[in-house]
Design a protein around this ligand. Structure first.
Ligand code: NAP
Length: 319
């Protein structure tokens, strides 16, 4: 595919946690992206009362809703007709289904560009990344693409942690760190001065749109992007500034986090993934000399600052 702008876009997983932000950004993009945006969703979601608040504004903007089974090849083949660009936002339980979606994309006449569901931790950050348990499904998808896709080009958008999801303190997983607005208490990993690169959820949508608008810079690339870099202690300072009060800070040694992580994997505790990701982020796995924001045309002032996410957390806004 020459570096052509997308014309007909299909979004899979559009109504999920990050899919909502990506789809909102695509359907509201200025200048408009492509001629047509469609979403492929399950019949359960298409008919769900609670999802209408998300689906109705999209329908009003001309988005086509295609309902079908992600695991039914005929449903996917039909949905791919006329589509040149697929943006997958599938959740972690459906990541492996993307292998079939990619195979069908390669077989189709129309699909030329595919964004696999990434939008998170860099699964190829360094030599140790290949052994991290939460990375395995995304690694399989990348390996399938590398070995099998010839015609279709892929773009991976690697964003690091979402600041909105990083902030809340989980009472059942204190060693993972977090911020409790009610009790004005923070739990930080290590000494709290370790830098972490974050992306806000609205900025994930903005960055995907920028990738779609700049195929010459994004086609076939693994893009490392983020909103800002900060430290757990700087986040406490921002909470203190906005609440006008002093917060207590508890420190969890990195070694303690590693112990809880291992115990959780040994006990098949679903929180194990959270501990692993927090450990990777606390130990520098989100830091780059330079990100790809600039090649996508985004400057630091285009990105959301920490203060916005902290404000939302204080007001108790759900993401
Ligand atoms: N950076 C971070 O901090 C962070 C945090 C969370 C997630 N992520 C990443 O973001 C991506 C999307 O995650 P998410 O949390 O947004 O996903 P999600 O909300 O759990 O799911 C997204 C959509 O996937 C579809 N789906 C989920 N399970 C399915 C299944 N078993 N079979 C078929 N379809 C299924 C559903 O679409 P329909 O109902 O429309 O059919 C759902 O709305 C993932 O790659 C994840 O690793 C990153």
């Amino acid at each position: 595919m020459a570096a052509e702008l997308p014309s007909k876009i299909l979004i899979v997983g559009a109504t999920g946690n990050i899919g909502k932000y990506i789809t909102n950004a695509i359907v509201s993009a200025e200048p408009r992206i492509g001629k047509q945006v469609s979403i492929f969703t399950s019949p359960a979601t298409a008919s769900s009362e609670s999802k209408q608040a998300v689906l109705s504004p999209w329908k009003a903007k001309g988005v086509s809703i295609i309902s079908g089974d992600i695991n039914n090849p005929d449903d996917i083949r039909k949905a791919y007709v006329g589509i040149d660009t697929v943006v997958s936002c599938l959740g972690k339980n459906a990541l492996a289904s993307q292998i079939e979606l990619l195979k069908l994309a390669e077989e189709s006449k129309d699909v030329q560009w595919f964004f696999p569901s990434e939008y998170g931790t860099d699964i190829e950050y360094d030599a140790s990344s290949k052994d991290e348990k939460p990375h395995q499904n995304k690694r399989k998808v990348r390996a399938y693409i590398h070995e099998n896709l010839k015609r279709v080009k892929c773009t991976y958008v690697v964003t690091g942690p979402y600041i909105e999801m990083y902030l809340p303190l989980m009472p059942t997983a204190k060693e993972a760190g977090g911020y409790d607005v009610k009790s004005k208490a923070a739990v930080v990993i290590g000494d709290g001065n370790g830098k972490v690169g974050f992306t806000s959820m609205p900025d994930v949508g903005k960055l995907v749109v920028a990738a779609l608008q700049h195929p010459e810079a994004s086609l076939g690339k693994i893009l490392k992007v983020q909103s800002f870099v900060t430290t757990p202690n700087a986040i406490v300072a921002e909470f203190e500034r906005q609440t006008g009060a002093k917060w207590t800070i508890e420190k969890v040694p990195n070694q303690r986090l590693r112990e809880v992580e291992k115990e959780s994997w040994d006990a098949n505790n679903p929180l194990a993934t959270v501990y692993t990701l927090k450990r990777i982020w606390a130990e520098g796995g989100t830091l780059y000399e330079k990100t790809d924001n600039e090649v996508l045309g985004l400057k630091p002032e285009d990105m959301e600052p920490l203060s916005i996410a902290v404000g939302k957390a204080i007001r108790g806004e759900r993401f």
